[in-house]
Design a protein around this ligand. Structure first.
Ligand code: AHR
Length: 513
C-alpha cells in the first residue's frame, strides 16, 4: 500500500515537473559568433536511391522532369531550403571511388561494383560534372571527399587539378574542357578520406596522420586556383585521443577542419523501426541526439588546447537518425521513413550546432534523399518532403545570423535512461530581428515557456510551428502534407517577456522584432 502511494506521488510529481514553467533568457546584446550557414549542410552518397532515382535520373529513359538528369522537383525543393553545401560522393563509398570512372561520355564510363552498399552496379553516370552542376543549380558549395583508403595521392592531386585549375595549363584542364567544362569550378572544401578508422581503411590515428600530411601536401591550392579548405577525418566514437593526435601532429597550415560523425541510434544491432517505436525508443533516440552536445564540448576542449584562436573548424559531416530499413526494401539501401521523432532530432541537433558555432562551422545531415534521415523521399515520379525537411526550412532564419547566448532553467525529465532537458533552445539575430528556435522533447505534454529578452526591446512577435497529434506521424506519397509547418499563435507578450506553449514533440521558431 505504502509503495503504491509513493509510486502515485512520484507520477504526480513527474506530471507537475513536466507542466511547470520553463524559463529561457536570451542575451540579445551579447552575440559574438556567426552561425555559419554551412551548419545547415547536406550529404549525398552513392548509396541506395540517394543519387540514382533520388537526385538523378537517366534522362533518355526518364519520364521525370529533369535538367541533364537532375530531377527538377527535388532541385526545386532543395532550393527552397537554401542548401549551402553538399558533401559527396561518400561516406564509405568515397574510399572506393575513382573519380576518373565518372567523367567523359556516359555511355563509355566504366561500370563498377558498389562494394559498400549492396554490391549493386555503379554505372558512374553521376560523376564530378553532374555533381558540380547540381551544386551550381542549387547555389550550394561542393565538398568533395577524396579516396585515401584505396586511392593514391596522385589521384587525389589530379582531381584537385581537374576541377580547380584554370584553362590551358595542363592535360587535365584540356580533358575537363573536352568534357564540356571550360572554367574551373573552384571547389574549396576537400575531405581527406572518410572514417579512416573504419570503412576508410581501419587505420590507427598515427598512420592516418602521416597519410593526411602526404595527401595535404599534394592537394594544394597552387597559385592559380582557390585556396583549399582541407578536412581531416576525426574519430567515430568518443576517442578524444584521435583528435588530440590530429591537433598535435598536423601542421596548422595543412589543417582547416576536423570531421566527426554522430548518429542517433537506439542499438546498433537492432536499430528499431522508423515509424513503429515505443515511448522508451523515442526517448532513447532523443537522448542520443542530445549526446552530441557533450561530444562536441569535449572535442572543443581538446582543440582549444592546441588552437585557442579557433582557426581549425569542427565539422559534423554526418549526423542523423539511423533505424532498420523499411520492411520490403533492400537493407543495404538504408531507406527509412521520417516521423515527428526525426523532426525533434533535427531541431535539437541544429540547436546544438548553433550553440557551438564558435567552433562548429559545418554540419551535413545524412542523407539528402531516400537514405537515413532524409529531407526528401521519392518513388519513381513521386516526391514527398519529410518532417526533417520542414525543420530545415523553418530554421533557415539562422543561416549566417549572429548567435545569441541563451540561458535556460527548464524542466528535466527522466527518460531514455537519462535525465533530459525538456526544452531545447537557440537564438540568433539579424539586424533588429531576433530568432528563437524551441523544441519540446516531451512525447505527450505541452510545455509552458517564458522567454525573456535581455538587452533589447521588441514590439512584435510572429511564429511558426511544426507539430502533429502523434509522434509517429509522417508524410507519405498518399498523404504528403500530414506534417507541415503552420502559423504559431500560442503565445502572449507581457513587457519584455513572451509566454508561449510549445506542443509535445513540437518545434517552434519565433521571429521577434
Ligand atoms: O551514411 C552512411 C554511412 O555511415 C557512411 O557511408 C559512413 O561514412 C557512415 O558510417
Amino acid at each position: 500500500m505504502k509503495s503504491r502511494i509513493i509510486f502515485t506521488l512520484f507520477i504526480l510529481a513527474l506530471h507537475h515537473i513536466a507542466t511547470a514553467q520553463n524559463i529561457i533568457a536570451i542575451k540579445a546584446n551579447q552575440g559574438r559568433d556567426t552561425i555559419s550557414r554551412f551548419i545547415y549542410g547536406h550529404f549525398a552518397e552513392h548509396l541506395g536511391r540517394c543519387i540514382y532515382g533520388g537526385i538523378w535520373v537517366d534522362e533518355p529513359t526518364a519520364n521525370i522532369p529533369n535538367r541533364n538528369g537532375i530531377r527538377l522537383d527535388v532541385a526545386e525543393a532543395l532550393k527552397k531550403i537554401s542548401v549551402p553545401v553538399i558533401r559527396w560522393p561518400g561516406g564509405c563509398f568515397a574510399d572506393a571511388y575513382h573519380w576518373r570512372d565518372g567523367i567523359g561520355p556516359r555511355e563509355s564510363r566504366k561500370h563498377t561494383e558498389n562494394v559498400w552498399w549492396g554490391n549493386v552496379r555503379e554505372t558512374n553516370s553521376f560523376g564530378t560534372h553532374e555533381f558540380l552542376e547540381l551544386c551550381e543549380m542549387l547555389g550550394a558549395e561542393p565538398y568533395l571527399a577524396v579516396n585515401v583508403g584505396s586511392g593514391t595521392v596522385q589521384e587525389a592531386a589530379e582531381w584537385v587539378q581537374y576541377v580547380n585549375h584554370k584553362n590551358g595549363t595542363s592535360d587535365l584542364t584540356d580533358l575537363r574542357k573536352q568534357n564540356g567544362r571550360d572554367q574551373p569550378w573552384k571547389v574549396k572544401y576537400w575531405g581527406i578520406g572518410n572514417e579512416s578508422w573504419g570503412c576508410g581503411g581501419n587505420m590507427t590515428v598515427e598512420y592516418y596522420v602521416n597519410l593526411y600530411r602526404q595527401f595535404a601536401t599534394f592537394m594544394t591550392s597552387y597559385s592559380n586556383s582557390e585556396k583549399l579548405f582541407r578536412i581531416a577525418v576525426g574519430p567515430g566514437i568518443e576517442d578524444y585521443h584521435w583528435t588530440e593526435v590530429l591537433m598535435r601532429d598536423i601542421p596548422r597550415n595543412m589543417l582547416d577542419g576536423i570531421s566527426i560523425h554522430h548518429y542517433s541510434v537506439i542499438n546498433w544491432r537492432n536499430k528499431g523501426s522508423a515509424t513503429q517505436f515505443s515511448e522508451q525508443e523515442y526517448y532513447t533516440t532523443v537522448r542520443e541526439a542530445l549526446r552530441a552536445d557533450k561530444i562536441i564540448s569535449r572535442h572543443k576542449a581538446v582543440m582549444d588546447k592546441y588552437d585557442p584562436q579557433k582557426k581549425v573548424a569542427l565539422i559534423v559531416d554526418e549526423w542523423g537518425t539511423w533505424y532498420n530499413a523499411e520492411p520490403g526494401t533492400n537493407g543495404a539501401f538504408l531507406y527509412q521513413q521520417n516521423t515527428m521523432r526525426d523532426a525533434v532530432v533535427a531541431g535539437l541537433s541544429l540547436n546544438i550546432f548553433n550553440t557551438h558555432s564558435d567552433r562548429v562551422k559545418m554540419a551535413n545531415l545524412a542523407q539528402m534523399v531516400n537514405v537515413l534521415q532524409a529531407l526528401i523521399l521519392t518513388s519513381n515520379e513521386k516526391m514527398v518532403l519529410t518532417p526533417t525537411y520542414h525543420v530545415f526550412e523553418m530554421y533557415k532564419v539562422h543561416h549566417d545570423a549572429l548567435h545569441l547566448p541563451v540561458t535556460k532553467q527548464v524542466n528535466r525529465y527522466f527518460a531514455g535512461g537519462d535525465t533530459l532537458d525538456v526544452i531545447s533552445a537557440s537564438a540568433s539575430r539579424k539586424g533588429n530581428t531576433i530568432y528563437v528556435s524551441l523544441v519540446n522533447i516531451h512525447i505527450n505534454q505541452p510545455q509552458q515557456v517564458t522567454i525573456s529578452i535581455e538587452g533589447s526591446t521588441f514590439k512584435a512577435v510572429s511564429g511558426r510551428v511544426l507539430k502533429s497529434k502523434n509522434p509517429h506521424d509522417h508524410n507519405t506519397f498518399n498523404e504528403p502534407d500530414k506534417v507541415k509547418p503552420a502559423g504559431f499563435t500560442d503565445y502572449k507578450i507581457s513587457g519584455n517577456r513572451i509566454d508561449a506553449v510549445v506542443p509535445p514533440t513540437g518545434i517552434v521558431v519565433l521571429q521577434i522584432n
